[in-house]
Write a protein that binds this ligand. Structure first.
Ligand code: WT7
Length: 624
C-alpha cells in the first residue's frame, strides 16, 4: 500500500463518542491484561437470568482444548432483543423494512415485534419444535426472516439460515448436515426485476436430501396452491395461536445458531455460535464501533443469510434497542441512487455496506449520489473484503461529504463479531487499513515457520487469545474445529488471512492465504467449485483460483482437464456453468473457463495453485 493520507479524529465525533483515544488505550490494556474483570463488567450490556460467576475458561491447546465464556450463567437471547425493551420502547420502531419495490415498506415497533415473535414461537412449538432442534430458514430479506430467527432463540431452537441465493443442492446438503426438522420458506423472493422461486427450490432440495429429517415445511406469505401434505401455511397455523410465549432459559454455552461457511477443503462447515458470549460480543461491538446512541437510525445492507446480517442487522442492534433498517432489494434498483435515497427517506445516521457495492456504485458516477442529501449520515462502515484506497476515498468524500469516519471492519463468520476496525472517536483513519484490534483481541503475525513477527511486517494473521463471540465448534464434526483453526500453529487461532502491520500498529488485510476466494464479499471454497465442475462427464480434473476483479474484488477462474480422448462439447462452458449453478448457486459462476491439456502439480501430486493464480492474473508471459 502506498503512503496514504491520514485523517485525524473529528472533534464533533470525538465529543459524542463512547470511546476516545485515552479510553481505548486504557480499556484495551485492561481487556488484555485482565480479561475476566473486563468482560464481567461488559457482559452487563445484556440481561442475565442467572448471573455467571465464571468469565473466561479457554485453552487452545490440543490436550485440553475448550472454549467457554460465562459458563454458569443463563439468559434468553430473544428476551434481550425484544422483551426487555418493552417498558421503554414499546412504540419505538425496531425494524424499518424497505421493500425491493420502493413503494413497499413496513415499520415494526418493539411492541409489534414482541407479538410477531411470540406468535411465530407458538407456531414452531405447535409443529413440535423443541429446545435444541434445528430449524433451517430459507427466506428472502422480509421481516418474517427476523421473526423466525428470534422465535427460534425464544424457544431454544437452533436456527440455520441458508442464503436464499443458494441452489437446491446446496440447501439440501445444509439441511442434511444440520439434521433440521423444519424448513421455513416463502413462495418467492424479489431482487430488482427478478422473482426468485424459493418454495420450489425447497421442494427440489427435499428430493435431494439423504437423511429425511424434515417433517414439515412452513410457508410464509400468501397461500400457495398445490401444497404438499408436508406443507403448512403459517397464516392457517397461527390463526388461533396466542401472541404471548414464555422465553426458554438457556445456558450461556447453549447453541444459538449454525451458519454454513466455506473453507479450503471439503463441504461448507456449520459454524456454531452459542448464546451468552455471542450476544455480549455482538451488542458491545455494535455499540462502540458504530458509536450507536439512543435514537440513531442504523442501516446494514447485508443479507441476513450471512453472518453480517445475523450480528449487525438482527442480534447486535436489537440487543441495543436500536432501530434497524432491513432492505430487501439491491443497490442498483430501480436506479443506482437507491441506497442514497433510502438514507434520505429514513434519515439514516449509521450506514454499513460492502466494498463490492461501493465500487459498483462508484462506477455509476457521482451524479446519483449528489442528487441526494445524505446529511443525516454520521458514521460509514465497510465489511467483507479489503476496501481499496480509491473506493475508500470515494466513499469518504462523495458519499460522506468528508464528514463521516469510515469504519473498515475486519472479521469472519467464525469470529461472531468485528475484531479489527477503527473506533470512530478514538483513532485517526488510514485508508486501506482496518486500524486496530477491538477490546480483548490479541492479533499477531506469524511467518511460515510459526515465529511471531515483531513490529512492522507482513505474515499470517493469528489470534493469541479467545473473545466471547468466538465460534464454539463445527456442527456435527467436533474434530474439524480444532484441525481447521488450531493445528497449523499450536496454541493460536488461525484466521486464514494474511495481514500487514505498520509502524503505528495499524493492520491491513492482504487477503486469504488458503484456498478460499472472496467474490463480492461472498466466501467460496475453490474445492466446492471444483467438485461441481467435476460432475461433468467429460471432466477428469479441475482447478479453480481467484483472479483480481475491479468490482467484485475477486473473480473465479477455472482450469479444466478433460478425460483422455475427449474433445470438448461445443456447449461445454454453458454446461459447466450450469453445474455450478445447480450445486452451489449463481454466486459461484466462473468468470473464465480454460480447457487445458494438463495441470501443474508438485511431485506429491498437489495442484500448484500459485502458478495458476499468476497465470490467470496474466502475470506469466507465454513463451515460445
Ligand atoms: C473473510 C471472512 C465478516 C463478515 C463478512 C465476511 C474477508 C472480511 C474484511 C475487511 C479485508 C475482509 C477476510 C475474512 N474480510 N472483512 N474489512 N477487509 N478482508 O465473512 O464470509 O466469513 O469471510 O472475509 O478474508 O477472512 P466471511
Amino acid at each position: 500500500m502506498s503512503e496514504n493520507h491520514v485523517y485525524p479524529i473529528k472533534p464533533e465525533i470525538e465529543k459524542h463518542a463512547y470511546i476516545t483515544a485515552e479510553k481505548y488505550d486504557r480499556l484495551y490494556k485492561e481487556s488484555i491484561e485482565n480479561p475476566d474483570t473486563f468482560w464481567a463488567d461488559k457482559a452487563k450490556i445484556i440481561d442475565w437470568i442467572k448471573p455467571f460467576t465464571k468469565v473466561k475458561n479457554v485453552s487452545f491447546h490440543e490436550k485440553d482444548f475448550h472454549i467457554k465464556w460465562f459458563e454458569d450463567g443463563s439468559l434468553n437471547v430473544c428476551y434481550n432483543c425484544v422483551d426487555r425493551h418493552l417498558p421503554k420502547r414499546k412504540d419505538q420502531v425496531a425494524i424499518l423494512w424497505e421493500g425491493n419495490n420502493p413503494k413497499d415498506a413496513r415499520k415494526i415497533t418493539y411492541g409489534e415485534l414482541y407479538e410477531e415473535v411470540c406468535l411465530f414461537a407458538n407456531a414452531l412449538k405447535k409443529l413440535g419444535i423443541k429446545k435444541g432442534d434445528r430449524v433451517t430458514i430459507y427466506l428472502p430479506m422480509i421481516p418474517e426472516l427476523t421473526f423466525a430467527i428470534l422465535a427460534c432463540a425464544r424457544i431454544g431452537a437452533i436456527h440455520s439460515v441458508v442464503f436464499a441465493g443458494f441452489s437446491a443442492s446446496a440447501l439440501a446438503s445444509r439441511i442434511d448436515d444440520s439434521e433440521s426438522k423444519l424448513v421455513v420458506t416463502t413462495n418467492f423472493g424479489h431482487r430488482g426485476e427478478k422473482e426468485i422461486p424459493l418454495k420450489a427450490t425447497v421442494d427440489e432440495a427435499l428430493t435431494l436430501t439423504t437423511k429425511q429429517t424434515i417433517e414439515k415445511v412452513l410457508v410464509m406469505g400468501k397461500k400457495a396452491t398445490g401444497l404438499d401434505p408436508r406443507d403448512v401455511v403459517f397464516e392457517d397455523l397461527s390463526k388461533d395461536l396466542p401472541k404471548e410465549c414464555p422465553c426458554e432459559e438457556m445456558n450461556a454455552e447453549d447453541p444459538l445458531f449454525i451458519l454454513y461457511t466455506s473453507g479450503s477443503t471439503g463441504l461448507p462447515k456449520g459454524v456454531m455460535h452459542t448464546s451468552g458470549g455471542y450476544l455480549v460480543y455482538a451488542a458491545l461491538t455494535h455499540k462502540y464501533i458504530f458509536d450507536y446512541h439512543e435514537g440513531d437510525i442504523y442501516w446494514c445492507t447485508a443479507d441476513i443469510g450471512w453472518v453480517t446480517g445475523h450480528s449487525y442487522i438482527v442480534y447486535g442492534p436489537l440487543a441495543n434497542g436500536a432501530t434497524t433498517l432491513m432492505f430487501e432489494g439491491i443497490p442498483t434498483y430501480p436506479t443506482p441512487a437507491r441506497f442514497w435515497e433510502v438514507i434520505d427517506k429514513y434519515q439514516v445516521n449509521i450506514f454499513y455496506t460492502a466494498p463490492t457495492a461501493i465500487r459498483a456504485l462508484m462506477r455509476e458516477g457521482d451524479a446519483h449520489v449528489k442528487g441526494t442529501s445524505r446529511k443525516s449520515l454520521r458514521i460509514l462502515g465497510s465489511v467483507g473484503e479489503p476496501l481499496n484506497v480509491e473506493a475508500w476515498e470515494w466513499y469518504y468524500h462523495v458519499v460522506g461529504n468528508g464528514q463521516c469516519p469510515i469504519v473498515d471492519t475486519w472479521w469472519q463468520t467464525e469470529t461472531g463479531g468485528i475484531l479489527m476496525t477503527p473506533l470512530p472517536g478514538a483513532m485517526p483513519l488510514k485508508p486501506g487499513t482496518v486500524a486496530k484490534p477491538f477490546f480483548g483481541i490479541k492479533p499477531a503475525l506469524y511467518d511460515d515457520q510459526g515465529h511471531e513477527i515483531q513490529g512492522p511486517g507482513e505474515g499470517s494473521l493469528v489470534l493469541l487469545e479467545s473473545w466471547p463471540g468466538q465460534m464454539r465448534g463445527v456442527f456435527n464434526s467436533p474434530g474439524r474445529f480444532f484441525i481447521t483453526y488450531f493445528s497449523t500453529f499450536p496454541g493460536v487461532y488461525l484466521t486464514g488471512d494474511g495481514a500487514r502491520r505498520d509502524s503505528d500498529g495499524y493492520y491491513s488485510i492482504t487477503g486469504r492465504m488458503d484456498d478460499v476466494i472472496n467474490v463480492s464479499g461472498h466466501r467460496l471454497g475453490t474445492a466446492e467449485i471444483e467438485s461441481a465442475l467435476n460432475f461433468h462427464d467429460q471432466v477428469a480434473e479441475s482447478a479453480v483460483v481467484g483472479i483480481p476483479d475491479d468490482i467484485k474484488g475477486q473473480g473465479i477462474c477455472s482450469f479444466v482437464l478433460l478425460k483422455a480422448d475427449q474433445k470438448a462439447h461445443e456447449n461445454i462452458a454453458k454446461e459447466l456453468i450450469q453445474l455450478v449453478n445447480e450445486h452451489i448457486g449463481p454466486i459461484a459462476k466462473p468468470d473464465k473457463i480454460y480447457i487445458v491439456p494438463g495441470l501443474p502439480k508438485t511431485r506429491s501430486g498437489k495442484i500448484m495453485r500459485r502458478i495458476l493464480r499468476n497465470l490467470a492474473a496474466g502475470k506469466i508471459k507465454e513463451v515460445g
